[in-house]
Design a binder for this molecule. Structure first.
Ligand SMILES: *Cc1c(COP(=O)(O)O)cnc(C)c1O
Length: 464
């Protein structure tokens, strides 16, 4: 095989530049951008010929060079971050972006952030305003707190609270509440970053009032409760609630802080879930400061929401760390939109995707699953489609024991293995992330909005 001949048959750059597709690509994405990819692909082709001893393969690659270039241009100009279809049934899937934001809220948000906004401008008075002002009153009204603010996420909220209220001093916390919040991040380590020293009391399964009482010293700056949202200790256990600790905090004039983790504003037990302490309850029971995530059960954007006594919130607003941890205009806008829904519980449950998914009755999921199965069957694909009862999870480290009865569409492909199909589904234009078990693909319909059904059928048609 004559390698020189092969090298010489690689089209020259000027020839490639005459290709209509490449000309269009230059028009659309800029000359430099495309030229760089042309050079890279030509180098890769030369390298391939250098090590290849299959003439057919080399000729094939030479033949399809312009095609390959266009493919790479397309790839380089397509965002890697994309929408995926969540067929896992895990509602707050940490790896899939936790709480989805509704299309209605997003449309309103786009309207606001694509231009200038009053993010830090007081329109009443024509002077500088505060970025928390858009949702602070709302949060106070919903939770009964005196003041409120928000930072980047709940881990940041914990750090800011301790840095503002306990830096250089001690904070008493129960050993049973020193949680790891995922991705190897541990609440105690985050807390230490604040400059406060943790004083751990009690044991993993039992902590008593007297444990806190005995640990209070001159150095104590606060008592902290952490809601163990992502795990449960069951059996021989004892914990002291915020309500129990309130008199102790009062007696020693210490602030009582609670990290609620998920932090819900409505009583989820009404919707068939286990009771999860609400932010209102925590404040009513005597917490001075409460923090919680914006994108767990609240169903909003990623944020760490802090509510409580005005004198403490003011300290946090003035803390230099706040500048590093502050939310941006996207979050401030989305938070207000989502919180407004909570003015009516009915509206919140309808209009916030996370709550809507949690609240959807099994019968409704089943109806939708039947629709999806019917659509898939009508497409005459090489697979068996069935329905199977399954259980959705809340996820996101919230209500770890909770299982919600749900229905999945099952797929048993005829001509491709389940692992291969699962992999191919991940590589679709809109990737579909299913659950697999027993040599079957499961799509839990609870976490799949009906507006995606048509697209799912079309895309599955490409694979089976
Ligand atoms: C999830 C969680 C956090 C961290 O919240 P992020 O918003 O993910 O930063 C902190 N504390 C508790 C108890 C949690 O459950």
């Amino acid at each position: 095989m004559n390698k020189n001949l092969l090298y010489r048959s690689i089209p020259k750059v000027d020839v490639l530049l005459e290709n209509e597709g490449i000309q269009n690509a230059i028009e659309e994405h800029g000359r430099e951008n495309v030229m760089e990819i042309i050079r890279e692909e030509m180098d890769a082709l030369r390298a391939f010929i250098g090590i290849c001893d299959d003439e057919e393969a080399a000729l094939g690659k030479i033949e399809s060079l312009s095609e390959q270039i266009l493919k790479q241009v397309e790839k380089a100009n397509t965002p890697n971050m994309r929408m995926v279809i969540n067929g896992t049934g895990t509602i707050l899937h940490t790896n899939l972006g936790r709480a989805p934001i509704s299309q209605e809220h997003m449309a309103k948000l786009a309207n606001i952030v694509t231009g200038y906004s009053n993010l830090e401008y007081n329109l009443e008075e024509g002077r500088r305003g505060e970025r928390y002002s858009h949702f602070e009153k709302l949060l106070c009204k919903l939770t009964g707190a005196e003041a409120a603010m928000a930072v980047n996420n709940n881990a940041a909220a914990v750090m800011l609270i301790l840095s503002s209220m306990a830096k250089g001093g001690e904070v008493i916390v129960s050993r049973g509440e020193l949680v790891e919040i995922g991705g190897k991040f541990r609440i105690p380590d985050v807390m230490e970053q604040s400059g406060a020293t943790l004083v751990e009391v009690g044991t993993t399964n039992k902590t008593h009032y007297s444990d806190y009482e005995e640990a209070i010293t001159e150095e104590t700056k606060a008592l902290l409760k952490v809601h163990t949202s992502n795990y449960r200790i069951v059996g021989f256990t004892d914990t002291v609630t915020v309500g129990d600790l309130h008199p102790l905090a009062k007696e020693h004039d210490l602030p009582l802080i609670e990290d609620l983790g998920s932090g819900v504003l409505i009583d989820l037990s009404k919707y068939g879930l286990t009771y999860e302490p609400t932010v209102q309850d925590s404040l009513r029971n005597g917490a001075d400061v409460v923090c919680f995530s914006g994108d767990k059960l609240l169903g909003g954007p990623q944020a760490g929401i802090i509510v409580g006594k005005k004198k403490y919130i003011d300290m946090m607003k003035k803390n230099q760390l706040t500048r590093a941890l502050r939310i941006d205009k996207f979050t401030a806008t989305a938070l207000e939109l989502v919180l407004q829904e909570y003015l009516s519980e009915e509206k919140a449950v309808q209009n916030i995707p996370t709550l809507r998914m949690i609240n959807e009755k099994k019968e409704e999921v089943e109806q939708r699953a039947k629709t999806l199965r019917r659509m898939l069957r009508s497409a005459k694909l090489a697979a068996d489609f069935g329905l199977e009862d399954c259980e959705s999870q809340i996820g996101g480290g919230s209500l770890p024991l909770e299982r919600i009865p749900s229905v999945a569409v099952t797929i048993k492909p005829h001509n491709i293995s389940v692992p291969k199909l699962e992999e191919a589904m991940r590589h679709l234009e809109v990737p579909i992330i299913p659950r697999t078990a027993n040599d079957t693909i499961y799509l839990d319909v609870r976490t799949i909005e009906s507006r995606w059904f048509k697209e799912i059928v079309r895309m599955m048609g490409e694979l089976i």
